[in-house]
Design a protein. Sequence first.
Length: 376
Amino acid sequence: MRRFLAVMIAVVLALYGLSCVRQSPSVRSVVSPASVDLMNDSSLSEKQRGVSWVAGPQVVVPEDLATLVESHVNWIVQTPFGWQEDYDSPHVTLVTDDNYWGETDTGLVTTNQLAENVGIHSLLKPHIWLTRPSPGKWRGEIEMSSEKDWQAWFESYRTFILRYARLAETNNIAILCIGTELQSTAVAREQDWRQLIADIRQVYAGQLTYAANWHEGFETIPFWDDLDFIGIQAYFPLSDRTQPTVNELVAGWQPHLAAIERVQAQYQKPVIFTEIGYRSVDEAAISPWEWPASGAETRPTELATASGLAAQANCYEAFFQAVWPKEWLAGVYLWKWFPKLDLAADRVGPGFSPQHKPAERVMRNNFLQSAAESSG
């Protein structure tokens, strides 16, 4: 009965939020009451101890947040999607109801409210998904063939991102990511992005970031000065060997840290790793961006090996030794966390999630220390 009441209360809150979102927003010249609450929240000054929350088909209930609280997580990323047919298609389709519950407006709002109830904030990070991409193409290569199509794409994308900006404003979501790995558009159309950022700030008073890819990405984004955080999808390769030691991995971070620090010094903005993760495989540090086989997290047909679990844990440890203490790092979002992942200890797969693996202990111990330092 208690679970049922919790779900019903959350749904009512979500529906109230949605009724507000669907109203036409007014352009404002003052900070909204919701944003005043955020600015007075001292927890927002803590380093973001985050995970990338996987929005699934099932309704989230308060118990689903318990493992995050135990792991001293204070932020989650939530990810709704916009759908685009191919890299050169000038239209982004907004679908807010006919998809996984956790990606719907109701799911996003409910999850945010339940998380806030236990002291966990949300970063809203909309993604573009190419539904029928040409071979070898992905969202980082979106490119239009004419000025007319570019204007159509940005108008479509503006409708998409402004909708989520309004949802974030109405529901007191502290940070909005304005785009994820849209490299070719960011470099080719700087002024369009600057205008889009200005439009977003008219309807949303929270903080803004953009999630740039690690490879030939974050160093070439021209509009960091218009944002609050430099955001990096930090899948940097750290070694060319299987099963490297923690010391070797820490050494592997050094050239990447030098590159990040050059950009950070240029723009004087704090950095967040909007994504970072490692599979539990021997090759975890060689190509961290490689996607695992389908079902590797929740229904593994191939199980993680002891050496693979150790490799993932070593990558986590190297991150916390080499990167986490940096003053310019405002936070991290570890990829990825399933709200209802309940596997036996001997059934963990080789995917990215640290849940039920040695990497989870590394994360928890370091987040605990960081939380203690913040409160002390």
